[in-house]
Design a protein around this ligand. Structure first.
Ligand code: PBG
Ligand code: ZN
Length: 348
């Protein structure tokens, strides 16, 4: 440092390396608006899909310990809650049924499409209460089967493909008949997209029900809080023979290509942050379809745990995770942060 008027020579590399005009980037993001202009895709309220857990106990409103801020809802309680979110700009929900009644589970997931079950009753109630809300339903059997697996099983515990896809198609068609705008099968049984599309066509509903495939759904360690919330942990074994292995990028690409061929109207990658390369692959393979990603329960719980420990700031990290997904190629995000984002996006 130069002091007392004495000039000290500070070496620079100006002469050795003249500044290139193209080296100067900071002019492009010095202002908050400019930083938004740098986003190829913007996070907006219409990018967000909110997952809801609905029980068969119509007055229930029980906090889920493993998912901060999330609750298990009965149909009577969920409707006013969703109305309050719609008033803040909520555009879409995805419904999960949580049957609690003692006799609700059997090997065929009979209660999945019970006309008096939580999912079908909630579709109908929300269609009336929130006519502009887009209603999606997860289609799977694990919440409703006695064994907790996502299909109908042989004695050796493996999935009977043909019987399972027929049952899944029937469930999906019944949700569409009840008024779901979109059915999203998460079971990962081969061939279910074709079976569901055919089922929707035969029922005269294919033109008014979107088919969003959980095409690239990986098995791993990130669904624990969901399985607690939904009571859907398998009673034996695991889901590794139908959900994809975490390193299986090629399998994911094949599943995405197959599901486009089988009639999917949208492609989902799940989980999100650990699978950004797969989102990018989905965007490339399914460039003409909407790409959705599911920031799953374990991701949400981890970010909350890290924030609680003071490792990250919750709002900042939630945005950073969402922008990772958008950057990779998704335009839709299923996230438990949706109610927070509805508030946060208003602050900007
Ligand atoms: C049902 C289903 C699961 C999730 C969505 N649909 C659980 C699973 O496959 O075990 C996970 C969602 C989450 O963890 O938030 N098959
Ligand atoms: Zn399942």
């Amino acid at each position: 440092m130069a002091t007392n008027g004495t000039k000290k020579h500070v070496a620079t590399y100006t002469d050795a390396q003249p500044t290139q005009i193209s080296s100067i980037l900071s002019g492009g993001y010095h202002h908050p608006l400019l930083r938004q202009w740098q986003n190829e895709r913007q996070l907006t309220k219409s990018s967000l899909i909110y997952p809801l857990f609905i029980t068969d106990n119509e007055d229930e409103e029980t906090p889920i310990d493993s998912l901060p801020g999330q609750k298990r809802w009965g149909v009577k309680k969920v409707v006013p809650y969703v109305e309050s979110l719609v008033a803040k700009g909520l555009k879409a929900v995805i419904l999960f049924g949580v049957p609690l009644a003692e006799d609700a589970k059997d090997p065929y997931a009979t209660s999945a499409d019970d006309p008096n079950g939580p999912v079908i009753l909630t579709i109908k109630a929300l269609r009336v209460a929130c006519p502009d809300l887009f209603i999606m339903t997860d289609v799977c059997m694990c919440e409703y089967t006695s064994h907790g697996h996502c299909g109908i099983l042989r004695e050796d515990g493996t999935i009977i493909r043909e019987e399972s896809v027929r049952r899944l198609a029937a469930i999906a068609v019944n949700y569409a008949k009840a008024g779901a705008h979109c059915v999203a099968p998460s079971d990962m049984v081969d061939g279910r997209i074709l079976a569901i599309k055919q089922g929707l066509l035969d029922a005269g509903l294919a033109h008014k029900c979107m088919l969003m495939s959980y095409s690239a759904k990986f098995s791993g360690n990130l669904y624990g809080p969901f399985r607690d919330a939904a009571g859907s942990a398998p009673s034996f074994g695991d889901r590794k023979c139908y959900q994809l292995p975490p390193g299986g990028r090629g399998l994911a690409r094949r599943a995405i290509a197959r599901d486009i061929e089988e009639g999917a109207d949208g492609i989902m990658v799940k989980p999100s942050t650990f699978y950004l390369d797969i989102i990018s692959d989905a965007k490339e393979l399914a460039r003409d379809l909407p790409i959705c990603t599911y920031q799953v329960s374990g991701e949400f719980a981890m970010l909350h745990a890290a924030a609680e420990k003071g490792v990250v700031d919750l709002k900042t990290i939630a945005y950073e995770a969402a922008y990772g997904c958008l950057r990779a190629g998704a335009t839709l995000i299923i996230t438990y942060f949706t109610p927070d984002f509805l508030d946060w996006l208003d602050e900007q």
